[in-house]
Design a protein around this ligand. Sequence first.
Ligand SMILES: Cc1ncc(C[n+]2csc(CCOP(=O)(O)OP(=O)(O)O)c2C)c(N)n1
Ligand SMILES: [Mg+2]
Length: 346
Amino acid sequence: MPRKRTTTTQAADANGARAKSRLPKGLKNADLVDYYTRLIQVRSIDERIWALNRQGKVPIAASAQGHEAAQLGSLLAAEKDGDCFLFPYYRDLALKVAAGLTPAQTMMSFMGKAGDPYSNGRQFPLQGADLPNKIIQISNVVAAGLTQAVGYALGCRMAGEKTVVLVYFGDGATSQGETHEAMNFASIHKLPVIFICENNRYAISTPKTSQMAIEEFSDRASSYGFPGITVDGMDLVSCYEATREAITHARSQGPVLLEMLVERFMSHTTDDDDRRYRPEGEVERARERDPVVTLARTLIDEKILTQKQVDAIAAAALKATDEATDIADASSPPDESGLHDMVYSP
Ligand SMILES: Cc1ncc(C[n+]2csc(CCOP(=O)(O)OP(=O)(O)O)c2C)c(N)n1
Ligand SMILES: [Mg+2]
């Protein structure tokens, strides 16, 4: 693996359309259809959660809209490998749903209902481990997951396992001390960790230029002694390919930093109003590269799907989101008799 590489969409032209299909190793048309279907489901749920917040039914949410290709492309590579463990962060709604959280469970979690599989509605949405899907706790504490992921990778090695750990974080986490500690320790011990930075150029309202004095965060990897790669995070296939290569490298040689350049389509959270700090038209321009639109276009252009099939996938996703919303809406909040359940008592 080269020490440094920037792949600006080997695959996408200025309009976001991918050039003639060149499916990377291990990827089949069926994978793309499967992941497109998951992508549409995720987007439908994400949009609904935002609407439910405005109706007063979801207290707070961080949207993954614009980050989905990065999250699903890397997940696809991890699933293909079969021996990866994931440490997402609070913006990884798409990753968690695509990995197996059902629409109803997702809605229960965001609406704080007793059916929330993580904490029965006691915690912030999505916070809690999802061990069957090889996903550990997400944290709202910026950069907290990095040192935990590195520790987990060390534990796996000590147990004689071949697990590769993928840890996700935003550009805002890059200036935290823990990021340095995690990368330094992982490199010294050549631990199988892939650091995935979903770089949307904003930490709430703080722009990337106030966070790092370099153009590409992946440049930092060389100072730790491992490869750093910047990829177009709006292109699912590019993200898949880069992660697949990184998994192979991590297992045999140690850490990799993948910087995925993404766009944040929504405000930081439902509590934020990004019109106060983002230039006018920025989000509209970013939406021209929406992975939902570009992947659909590719699938149709390549005759992998027809427009009719694309429409059917969207209709099925909307139906599943409607049903999940109704189920969660009709469910009860946590009962006070269970106040002390799941609480540690020495
Ligand atoms: C240690 C810490 N400091 C500050 C915060 C407040 N905070 C929450 S999200 C956030 C921005 C993080 O931005 P980034 O890492 O780029 O992720 P993004 O939300 O853009 O995906 C901040 C500063 C926090 N949660 N934890
Ligand atoms: Mg950010």
